[in-house]
Design a protein around this ligand. Sequence first.
Ligand code: ADP
Length: 503
Amino acid sequence: MRVLQVCAEMVPLLKTGGLADVCGALPAALQSVGCEVRTLLPGYDAVREGVQVSGTAIDCPAGPDRQPAVRVIPATLRATGHKVYVLESPAWFRRDGGPYLAADGTPWPDNALRFGALGRVAALLGLGLDSSWRPQLLHAHDWHAGLTPLYLRLLAAGRRPPASVFTIHNLAFQGVFPASAMAALGLPGSLFHMEGVEFHGQMSFMKAALVYSDALTTVSPRYAREITSPEQGCGLDGLLRARQAQLTGILNGVDYDIWNPATDALLPLRYDADSPQGKLAIRQRLGQALGLRERPQALLFGAVTRLSEQKGLQLLPPVLDALVAQGGQLVVLGSGDTAQEAALRAAMDRHPGDCVLCTGHDEPLAHQIMAASDVLLMPSRFEPCGLTQMYAMRYGTLPLVHAVGGLADTVTDCALENLADASATGFSFGDFTSQALAAAVRRAFALRQRPDDWAQVRRTAMAARFDWSRAARSYRDLFETLLNRHPDTASTPRAGASPVRSP
Ligand code: ADP
């Protein structure tokens, strides 16, 4: 089965969050269950540098008026050999700044066109742009790739398009643009209505994906339920309820080739459940490097996170005094919202030597905090899946989470009955309040007073596995179901399929 994955970021090329981890791991996992996967990515410098060109560039039919010419370059990832198509458009993708935001933190003003092109070119590939490889199914991720299924229908020009699957990694980011983007994207005005792409007077990439994809998935079963409610539905819960029969929650996996303390090259030392001494030594080194007071008995709390309202660190300042007074220390690695960073810094600066805030995106430090900490804080207000809590478990760091979305699906609280049957892996709290967080922190200290229980919970957490093979089988089964409904695209590729025109 030939699958074209469409996404805006992918490990090891470019990463701003968990989306990249998932898109990086899924191709190999799908490959091992019988899918042949290629990935279409925007041609950022980081992408171009990480791939080896493997074929002749393919010119794309012209887009709507005044859009720069684009072409796709067949290539392979230097690190893994995975086959990709690089969407080449220097005007859109080769610039200083982030993939979505300029250096000042504001979205690039032409994001609608940049990511509209991603969806349009994905659809062109789906309809035979590369005569040597035509996908039977397109798997688009998040709003950046959200126009893929719509363009597939528009550009198919009477032919039956390949099947489309859209995965929601975070419903809160929707790709909403002024209505005027419709014309610039070549989308007919007739689609600008409530059952189409219109969202409160604007046009929405996310909504387009939810309306026009054959199937929808999201990244945990709990989040799949939550987003059909007004509280978590971000204004799209009605649509998601209407499409509930096509919506599945498939829990993300962990790439244990990257996240494994026994092999992790980003750690100064390696350790495993059978030889956990290395964890202590990493903690000592990290503490020294970051200027933490030497307190070997202190419980070290860590957080590796985007700083945003979603991640819930706004609950932390009122809890910090008690955390330190009970014998805790805290290291946070975060980047993002500057107001949240300032609030956190003000609170943490009151405890010099016990609390350290590191800013920026730092992959080695992320791994070291994961390894050094006793407890990983993840008090997210909502969390589609969350990866760091699963990484933490593998590193023997007990996750402390707000019980929502994927956090609720993956962390088993240290309640007495879960301690009794050795199923506990961490701490979870129900109300999204500082008081509830403080109570969970107190329970972490209480468990630490019971070394045997702590050791058992750590063993269970380290033994828990969230393998990609399980997720890959679920995706493959879904893809097969769709292909059985699309028999004409399940056949061999039609060589030299005729080029298609823009709508
Ligand atoms: P989200 O995608 O919502 O940000 P996830 O938990 O799904 O959250 O994935 C976050 C990923 O980004 C993890 O791999 C985590 O280690 C990484 N990460 C988050 N913040 C940082 C940071 N400041 N530096 C390095 N890695 C980070």
